[in-house]
Design a protein around this ligand. Structure first.
Ligand SMILES: Cc1ncc(COP(=O)(O)O)c(C=O)c1O
Length: 328
C-alpha cells in the first residue's frame, strides 16, 4: 500500500494495483485518418497493468484502500452483466483478499457476457435484481451490503462504475500524471458513463490551473444529466484532495450515445476501424469507440488550430471489444 504523492491535503492511501504511469503515445497516422489537425496523443489506460481493468484500475486503487481502512471483508458492487467495472472489481477484490458480491440488473441469461464469466471465474458471487432497469442495482447494492454486515461479514458498498468522490480521486491523480508527461496545454477526450473518470480528471485539471481541458463523450445518459452528476462528483473529489472546487463551466460533455447505451454507433465503428489500422489499437463499441468517434466529430474540423494538442484517453474495455461488435 502506498500513500498518494505529495499534494495539498492529500493523505489518502492507495492500493498499488496498476503499473503507472500508463504510456502516452503519439498517433500521427490516426490524426491524419480522423482529420484531426495538430498533435494527437493516446493515453493508454488500456495498458494500466492490472488484470483487464483498463481505466477502472485507478478508482479501484482508492476504493480497495478505503475498504481495507474500513475493516471490510466483502466488496459489494453491481451493474449489468457486461459491466467492465464489475469484472475489474471482482479481480481487485480477489487480489486484495476480499470477497466480492456483484448485483446484476435483470435475470441470468443462458449466454454469459465475457465480463460476467471473468468475474465469476475470479470468485465473485452473483445476485440478480430480476429487473432489467440498470438503476434497480443501486438500492440492491446497499441492501446486500447491509444484510451481509448484519450477518457479521462487514461489507464495503461501491455504487455502479465506482463513481464516488473517493473513486474519482484515482483520476484526479491521473490528471497530474498526464500533465507531467506533457509539455503544454491539451484538450483531453474521454468516454463517460457513470462519470467517475471524468469527475476525477476535471478535479485534477482545476487543481492544475486549467491548462488541461477535459471533455467527456457521454455514452449512456443525455449530456446535461451526466454533467450534473460529474460536477457533484468532481466537487466531492476536490474536497477530498483539498483543492479548488470545479465550476459548472469546467464540465464539458458531448453526446456520443448514438443509437443508445451498449449499442454500437456508425461513428464509433468507423473510429474503431481507423484506430486499429492506423495505430494498432483495439477499441470497444460501448465506450472507447464512441468516444474516439465523438473526438473526430468535434475536433476533426479542418479549422482547428494545428498547434493544439489533443489527448484521447483510451479507457480499455477489452472484453467488451470481444463481445460487443456483433450486437448492432
Ligand atoms: C471501457 C470504459 N471506458 C469508459 C468508462 C466510463 O467511465 P465512467 O463510468 O467512470 O464514466 C467505462 C465505465 O465502465 C469503461 O468500462
Amino acid at each position: 500500500m502506498a500513500v498518494t504523492p505529495d499534494h495539498p491535503g492529500m493523505t489518502l492511501p492507495r492500493a498499488e494495483l496498476g503499473v503507472l504511469p500508463t504510456p502516452l503515445h503519439a498517433a500521427p497516422q490516426l490524426a491524419e485518418a480522423l482529420g484531426v489537425r495538430g498533435r494527437l496523443l493516446l493515453k493508454r489506460d488500456d495498458l494500466s497493468g492490472f488484470a483487464v481493468a483498463g481505466n477502472k484500475t485507478r478508482p479501484l486503487e482508492m476504493l480497495i484502500a478505503g475498504a481495507w481502512a474500513s475493516g471490510a471483508r466483502v466488496l459489494v458492487t453491481g451493474g449489468t452483466p457486461g459491466s467492465n467495472f464489475c469484472q475489474a472489481a471482482a479481480a481487485a477484490a480477489a487480489w486484495a483478499g476480499l470477497r466480492c458480491v456483484l448485483v446484476y440488473a435483470g435475470s441470468p441469461s443462458p449466454v454469459r457476457h465475457p465480463n460476467e464469466a471473468a468475474a465469476i471465474h475470479w470468485g465473485a458471487r452473483i445476485r440478480w435484481t430480476h429487473d432489467p432497469d440498470r438503476a434497480s442495482v443501486d438500492a440492491a447494492i446497499e441492501k446486500t451490503a447491509a444484510e451481509l454486515t448484519e450477518e457479521g461479514q462487514t461489507a464495503f458498498p461501491v455504487p455502479r462504475g465506482g463513481a464516488t468522490p473517493l473513486g474519482a480521486t484515482g483520476f484526479h491523480l491521473a490528471a497530474l500524471e498526464l500533465d507531467a508527461q506533457l509539455d503544454g496545454p491539451a484538450t483531453v477526450v474521454v468516454g463517460t458513463g457513470s462519470g467517475g473518470t471524468l469527475a476525477g480528471l476535471v478535479s485534477g485539471a482545476v487543481a492544475l490551473g486549467r491548462r488541461l481541458r477535459m471533455r467527456g463523450a457521454s455514452v449512456s445518459r443525455p449530456p446535461e444529466e451526466t454533467a450534473r452528476r460529474v460536477l457533484e462528483l468532481s466537487r466531492g473529489c476536490a474536497r477530498l484532495m483539498g483543492t479548488e472546487p470545479p465550476r459548472e463551466a469546467d464540465v464539458v460533455l458531448d453526446d456520443a450515445r448514438g443509437p443508445g447505451h451498449g449499442r454500437p454507433s456508425e461513428e464509433g465503428e468507423r473510429a474503431a476501424r481507423l484506430a486499429l489500422r492506423a495505430s494498432g489499437v483495439v477499441l470497444d463499441p460501448v465506450y472507447s469507440a464512441k468516444a474516439l468517434g465523438a473526438l473526430a466529430r468535434i475536433l476533426g474540423d479542418r479549422r482547428a488550430d494545428p498547434d493544439l494538442t489533443t489527448v484521447f484517453w483510451h479507457t480499455g474495455g477489452l472484453l467488451d471489444a470481444v463481445a460487443g461488435w456483433e450486437s448492432r
